[in-house]
Design a binder for this molecule. Structure first.
Ligand SMILES: Cc1cc2nc3c(=O)[nH]c(=O)nc-3n(C[C@H](O)[C@H](O)[C@H](O)COP(=O)(O)O)c2cc1C
Length: 370
C-alpha cells in the first residue's frame, strides 16, 4: 500500500456508514475509511462496534480506524479489522469528544508522544497490515506539538500520518492551518496526508501542491457533495441541479435499503442515518472556480457565509437547501419509499407545497460537528 498520490475519504463517525461509502465509490472515490471503532468495545465483542470494522466487497482499499489507549486492545481490534478485510489500520489521535479523551484515547494520546510511540510500535509489530495514525496539531493552540508527535509516530514504524490542521481545542472554530501541515510534511520521510477544509477541486489541488503533502483527505466536503472525488480527479466541477442531486440522495436511500434491509427494522436503522445526511446535503452550493477561486485563497470556503441571494431558484432547489430537521426526516422517508427518482421528485414537490421551504442564509458552514 502506497500512501502517496491519494484522495482519501476521511473517517467520519455516523457519516462514513457503509452505504454512504458506497455512494462515494460510485462518484470517483477509491480509498475509503471506516467510522472510528472503540478498541475496548471490540475486545468485548460488541456487535455494533465490530460492524464498524466491516467493509463492502466493492471497497478495494479500506482503512479501519480504531480508538485505543492500550496496546493489547489496539492489537485485538486491529486483528479483528484485518479479519474483516481492512487494507490498513489507522489509530485515532484526534477525537476531541469528552467520552473519548477521558478514557485516554483520541486527542489525549497527543499529550504523551513517547507513550504514543510505544503504542504504535507495538501495533506495528503485531498487525500484518500497514498501521497509520491520524493526529491534530496539538491539544491547545499553545501546546502544538505535532512535529514531535509525528516524529515519534514515524520512528515507531507507522506507514503514514494524517494531519488535521487544527488543535483539539479549536474544533472547527478556525480555518485549518495548512502552513503547519506543510511543515510537518517537510520534516517527515513517511507520507503525510493533509486534511482540513477541502471543499472544492481547486482548493484541493492548490493546497495539495503548495503544502507538499503526499496525499489529501476529505471529510465534510464529501458529506456535502459525495461527487467531490470525481471533481478532484477530473479537475472540473460537476454542478448538479436539484433534480440530479435528488437522484444522488435517492441512490443513497436505496443503498441503505440494500444494507439495512427493506423491512421495519432496516427502515428504523436507516432513519438514524438518512435524515442526518441532509444536515450536510442542504449546505450544497455550486462554488464555481470562476467566481470563488480568489476568495478560497483568502479564506476557506467552508468558513464563508453564502446567502441564498440567487434569484429564480426552483422550489425543489429551495427544498433541498432547507435546514429544518423535521423536513430532513420527511425527505428521507420519501426517498426511502419512492421506487424511482421521478416519483421521489413528485413527492418532494408535494412536500414543498405542504411545508413551504424557508429561504434564508445558509448559515456558518463550519459550526456543525465540533
Ligand atoms: C460528522 C463527523 C464525524 C467525524 N468522525 C471522525 C472519526 O470517527 N475519526 C476521525 O479521525 N475523525 C473524524 N472526524 C474528523 C474528520 O475526519 C476530519 O479530520 C475533519 O472533519 C477535518 O476535515 P474536513 O475539513 O475535510 O471535514 C469527523 C468529522 C465529522 C464532520
Amino acid at each position: 500500500m502506497d500512501f502517496r498520490g491519494l484522495v482519501l475519504l476521511a473517517p467520519l463517525t455516523k457519516g462514513g456508514n457503509l452505504p454512504f461509502r458506497r455512494l462515494c465509490l460510485q462518484h470517483g472515490c477509491v480509498v475509503t475509511m471506516g467510522e472510528m471503532a472503540y478498541a475496548y468495545q471490540v475486545v468485548r465483542r460488541s456487535k455494533s462496534e465490530l460492524a464498524l470494522l466491516r467493509k463492502h466487497p466493492d471497497e478495494s482499499c479500506f482503512g479501519a480506524q480504531i480508538a485505543a489507549s492500550r496496546a493489547p486492545d489496539a492489537i485485538t481490534a486491529s486483528l479483528a479489522a484485518v479479519e474483516r478485510g481492512a487494507t490498513w489500520v489507522d489509530l485515532n489521535c484526534g477525537c476531541p469528544i469528552h467520552d473519548t479523551v477521558k478514557r485516554g484515547m483520541g486527542a489525549t494520546l497527543l499529550q504523551r508522544p513517547a507513550q504514543l510511540g510505544k503504542l504504535v510500535a507495538e501495533m506495528v509489530q503485531a498487525v500484518p497490515v500497514p498501521v497509520t495514525v491520524k493526529i491534530r496539531l496539538g491539544w491547545t493552540e499553545s501546546e502544538q506539538n505535532a512535529s514531535e508527535v509525528a516524529k515519534a509516530i514515524e520512528e515507531a514504524g507507522a506507514k503514514a500520518i494524517t494531519v488535521h490542521g487544527r488543535t483539539r481545542e479549536q474544533r472547527y472554530s478556525r480555518a485549518a492551518d495548512w502552513d503547519s501541515i506543510a511543515r510537518i510534511a517537510a520534516e517527515r520521510t513517511i507520507p503525510v496526508i493533509g486534511n482540513g477544509d477541502l471543499l472544492t477541486w481547486y482548493e484541493t489541488h492548490e493546497r495539495w501542491q503548495k503544502s507538499g503533502v503526499a496525499s489529501v483527505m476529505i471529510g465534510r466536503g464529501a458529506l456535502i457533495k459525495p461527487w467531490i472525488f470525481r471533481e478532484i480527479a477530473e479537475k472540473k466541477a460537476w454542478e448538479p441541479d436539484a433534480r440530479e442531486r435528488l437522484g444522488v440522495y435517492h441512490d443513497l436511500a436505496q443503498k441503505m435499503k440494500t444494507h439495512f434491509r427493506d423491512d421495519e427494522k432496516g427502515h428504523e436503522r436507516a432513519m438514524r442515518f438518512l435524515p442526518w445526511h441532509f444536515e450536510f446535503f442542504c449546505r450544497y452550493r455550486p462554488l464555481s472556480a470562476q467566481r470563488f477561486v480568489d476568495s478560497a485563497r483568502q479564506h476557506p470556503l467552508m468558513q464563508t457565509r453564502f446567502p441564498d441571494d440567487e434569484p429564480g431558484l426552483s422550489v425543489l432547489e429551495l427544498l433541498l437547501r432547507d435546514v429544518r430537521p423535521e423536513l430532513h426526516t420527511k425527505l428521507a422517508e420519501l426517498l426511502w419509499a419512492a421506487p424511482d427518482v421521478a416519483v421521489a421528485e413528485e413527492r418532494a414537490l408535494a412536500l414543498a407545497a405542504e411545508m413551504p421551504p424557508i429561504v434564508g442564509e445558509a448559515g456558518e458552514m463550519a459550526t456543525a460537528h465540533g
